[in-house]
Design a protein. Sequence first.
Length: 251
Amino acid sequence: MREAFIAMVIFLCLTVAALASTAIWPKLPAKHRDDDTNTVVRHAANLFGVMTSLMLGLMINSARNTFESIDRNVHAYATELILLDRTLRQYGPQTDTVRQPLVVYVQRVAGDSSPTSETLVAANRLSEQLLAEIGTRLSALAPTDDAHGFIVQDARQHLQKVLELRWVLIEQSEGTIPVPLITLLVTWLVLIFASFGFRAPRNTITVSTYAASAALVAGAIYLIFDMDVAFSGPIQISMAPMERALSELQQ
């Protein structure tokens, strides 16, 4: 997983930066180890700490907005599928042939866990064919009166909305946090951890603190990235709306 790899790289960078500065500091000339130098380093670390806090806040807000937007779209997607099915049922038994590929499609999204099943985060050729078949069979209906004509028109609108929401969800699945922002954040964190090594004693407690702090920071960033990619990892969009839609279509 991309998010886990980034978190591991961040953990290693932070830990190595802190340990390297701890090992290098005693070997520096005396003029580079005086109180004035240490004060400047601490002030710079505080500055980077504030900037990092602001950036993390922006990243959390961005990931949360993305997650909530995808969650709303999944609910809207499931709702449109149910409304499409209900509209087809209103037309009469003539639409049973239209509803068959619709039920199969929703089963692929919500009820099938096979490797070839459809997901909301990747285009799938068979699913494209099922949706196209729904449109073809819908167009083949011959309304006998104005009431049935209005029902067919309404069904076409729901089908169009389903197609739009499906591609919106596919596009949203890639995440929104840019790589340059991640790189800058990691650079600041490395500088902060490197500042920890100035005048730090070299013992087990210090090294353990470095490792624990790096792990906690990397874990927090991992969760932010995971929330930004809402269909994988420990923080995922619930598929309960799609499961309810499948249940409605199978009634």
